[in-house]
Each structure stands twice: as structure tokens, then as C-alpha cells.
Design a protein around this ligand. Structure first.
Ligand SMILES: Cc1ncc(COP(=O)(O)O)c(C=O)c1O
Length: 394
């Protein structure tokens, strides 16, 4: 992306990504999509790294100076309402969550709280830590039809009479694309003395963040989804008042350094994606200035109306500020595991349309993601295809 001309969003910006031209990409939420310019910036950095590996690893990665990794953390911090000394870069949300879970020492019988909309890999990590420590998962049911205003009360009710060592809440849920009212829930949890980790895997680049004001103890977000960062770029924020500073899950030379320096060098690996973050943020800012939020929100609204015409029901009435929306596809029977895979595979095979699909609480769910390269024609094609071909159990 070059020059100062304002970008026109939609089909015009799609060539900025390397996405296959003969397909409709409505699943940015699952794995992101890296713009060509960011891949090029990363490749240029790799050339520089390979021209003098010692220089890069010793001066830019290892703790000791304001090298590339710390500059990247500070650039990101400025964007999310904190300072670089509160931000550790990690490879993905999974790694950041695992670092908190591995440092946490729950007592046998204490609970680790999550909701039933949590990302499945996070549930696996919680179950594993519970098996190791004798702690017990506490899974809060948030039933359909979802009323977000009841979330905090449901969580408070589920905790009554229990000792909770950690609560993990999604900022934006993965299968249901809900932007949870986390500020209110965090306030309730902190008042009850419960440490809070927010899984914001989908947040940075999609919704505004002010992490120091939010009040969570830890906050994890992927930059390789909505901020357009090269894959393997995420961060772990630790508040100044958190009960502990997480340790990296890999033990390396600098594990005894203070947070976040303990995370900067975790062995010889490819740090080019992290070093490219300042370029990534500059790219995102240009896209944001060109109308990212307005474009995506208007697609969510028009797409919701079109999905309604074929009987798909949004999982919650509130549209929320996010760029994705999830719908229940009505079925003549209970959804069964495999319905989601059949629906996703069928849309791809028959119409080259990629969406997110899930089975949750016995319902078949479909999630479309918007992005600046998505157009209303793309979503219309999805709706037409669903109308014509149906879905499992319709
Ligand atoms: C809510 C949530 N948490 C965690 C993750 C894991 O992200 P990653 O695979 O980048 O670690 C995802 C991935 O989509 C997610 O949606």
C-alpha cells in the first residue's frame, strides 16, 4: 500500500491480500489473512536478520536495550491503552493463556471458571491444569436465546459458595461472536477477589481497547487475526496490580528477568513477525482511517437482514460492535456433531464460500466474518447458496 490516497474499501482493496480470487472469504475470524505488504515487510526483515544473525538476536531480541522486540511491544501498547513494560509478545493467544495457567497454582478443590462459549482449546488447557493441580473447571452456561445483560449475574450465580482461583472470559466469543460486557463482569469478579484473565483473541484491530483502564489482571490478544499481523504474533498484557507476573511456558536464558523481558527471547526462533509489528500497525491505521469499522458494521447489518430472510436467527438480538455475526440455522431435529463440518465442507465444495460453522448447545451455528475485502455481494452469495442448497437437518 503506497501513497496517501484514501483507500476505497471492498473489492478495490482485495488485491492487497493474496486471497484466491475465485473464492468468497467470510471467515477472517478463524485464522486471519495477512496482507501482501506485511508479508513483504516480514520478508525484508528476514533478509536483514540473515545478513547478520548475531546482530539481530543480541541487539534486537535479547533483553538489554530498546531493540526491535521492545519497540514492537511499545507500538502495540500505545494502540491498546498501556505501556510497553506491561506487554509481552507471544506466538498466539493459546501461548499467552497457557503462560497464565502454568504460573497459577490453584489449590485442590478451587475452581477455574470459563463459559460454555469459550474456545475449545482453552477449555482443554483449563482441564489439563485442573488435572495437574486438583482444581476443578467451573463452566458457566450462557443459554440461547442469549441476553448479554444477564451475563454478569449468571457468572456471579455460578460462583456462589465456590472458591474461584481464576476466571477466564472471552472478550469476543469465538463460535457465537458475542462482545461480552466484560468491564461489568471484571468489576464484579474483582470485588469478589477473583483474578481475571481476558481471552481477547479476536479483539485487537476489531474493537477499541484501553487495557490499563479495563481492570483485568491479564489480557491476551492475537494480532494475527484482526490487526493483520504476520502469523505467530500475539500479546499478553499483565496489569501492574495482577497477583503474579506470568512466566513464559518455555524456560530459556532470561526466565529470571522481570516481566515482560522474560518473554522476549525464548530460544532461537523466527522473530521476524514480531519485529514487523510497527509496519503492521501503520498498515492497520491506514485501513482504519479509510473506514474499516463503518464498512464492516454496515456489512454485518445488511448481512443480518439477508440471513433473516432465509430463517437464520442471530444468536443474540443485540448487534454489538464487532465485525462478525453468528446465526442459528433452524433444523427439524437436534444438531449432531458433524453437522458443522458437513455445512462448511458443502459450502466450500459447491460454491467456494468459506465461513465458520459450529455446533453448540445442540444448535447448528454459522458465523460470517466481514473485513475490508468483503462486499455485500459476497454475503448475498452465501445467503443464496444456503437458500438453494439448505443445510444439514433443515
Ligand atoms: C476466543 C479464542 N481464544 C483463543 C484462540 C486461539 O488462538 P490461536 O490459535 O491464535 O492461539 C482463538 C482462535 O480462534 C479464539 O477464537
Amino acid at each position: 500500500m503506497s501513497g496517501e490516497k484514501m483507500l476505497e474499501l471492498g473489492a478495490a482493496v482485495r488485491p492487497l491480500w493474496g486471497l484466491a480470487g475465485d473464492a468468497i472469504h467470510l471467515n477472517h475470524g478463524s485464522f486471519g489473512a495477512i496482507p501482501l505488504e506485511i508479508r513483504q515487510a516480514q520478508a525484508t526483515l528476514c533478509d536483514r536478520i540473515e545478513s547478520h544473525p548475531d546482530g539481530f538476536f543480541r541487539d534486537d531480541v535479547m533483553p538489554g536495550g530498546p531493540g526491535a522486540i521492545r519497540r514492537a511491544a511499545s507500538a502495540l501498547a500505545e494502540m491498546v491503552g498501556t505501556t510497553g513494560d506491561r506487554i509481552a509478545l507471544v506466538e498466539n493467544a493459546t501461548t499467552g493463556i497457557e503462560a497464565v495457567l502454568r504460573t497459577l497454582e490453584p489449590k485442590p478443590g478451587e475452581h477455574i471458571l470459563i463459559t460454555d462459549h469459550q474456545y475449545p482449546a482453552v477449555l482443554r488447557a483449563v482441564e489439563r491444569r485442573c488435572r495437574e493441580t486438583g482444581a476443578v473447571p467451573l463452566i458457566v452456561h450462557l443459554p440461547f436465546p442469549l441476553d448479554l445483560s444477564t451475563t454478569t449475574a449468571r457468572i456471579a450465580d455460578a460462583m456462589a459458595g465456590k472458591r474461584v482461583a481464576l476466571a477466564i472470559l472471552d472478550h469476543i466469543t469465538s463460535p457465537t461472536a458475542l462482545v461480552l460486557p466484560i468491564a461489568e463482569t471484571i468489576a464484579m469478579l474483582k470485588a469478589a477477589g477473583v483474578p481475571v484473565l481476558i481471552d481477547g483473541a479476536h479483539s485487537v484491530g476489531q474493537i477499541a481497547l484501553d487495557l490499563d483502564a479495563l481492570g483485568a489482571d491479564w489480557y491476551v490478544s492475537n494480532a494475527h487475526k484482526w490487526l493483520y499481523a504476520a502469523r505467530g504474533t500475539a500479546f499478553l498484557h499483565t496489569s501492574a496490580t495482577a497477583p503474579f507476573d506470568p512466566l513464559p511456558i518455555l524456560t530459556s536464558h532470561f526466565v529470571e528477568e522481570r516481566f515482560p523481558l522474560s518473554f522476549d527471547y525464548v530460544g532461537t526462533r523466527d522473530y521476524s513477525a514480531w519485529a514487523a509489528l510497527p509496519m503492521t500497525i501503520a498498515f492497520w491505521r491506514r485501513i482504519a482511517a479509510a473506514g474499516l469499522t463503518t464498512h464492516c458494521r454496515s456489512l454485518v447489518d445488511s448481512g443480518t437482514r439477508a440471513m433473516g430472510d432465509i430463517g437464520a436467527v442471530p444468536v443474540t438480538a443485540e448487534a454489538g460492535p464487532g465485525f462478525m455475526r453468528t446465526f442459528i440455522l433452524p433444523q427439524s431435529r437436534t444438531a449432531i456433531p458433524g453437522d458443522e463440518a458437513a455445512l462448511m465442507a458443502g459450502l466450500w465444495k459447491d460454491a467456494a464460500i468459506q465461513v465458520g460453522t459450529f455446533v453448540l448447545q445442540d444448535r447448528l451455528l454459522i458465523r460470517f466474518s466481514t473485513q475490508v475485502y468483503v462486499t455485500s455481494d459476497d454475503i448475498d452469495m452465501l445467503v443464496q447458496q444456503l437458500d438453494a442448497k439448505g443445510w444439514p437437518g433443515r
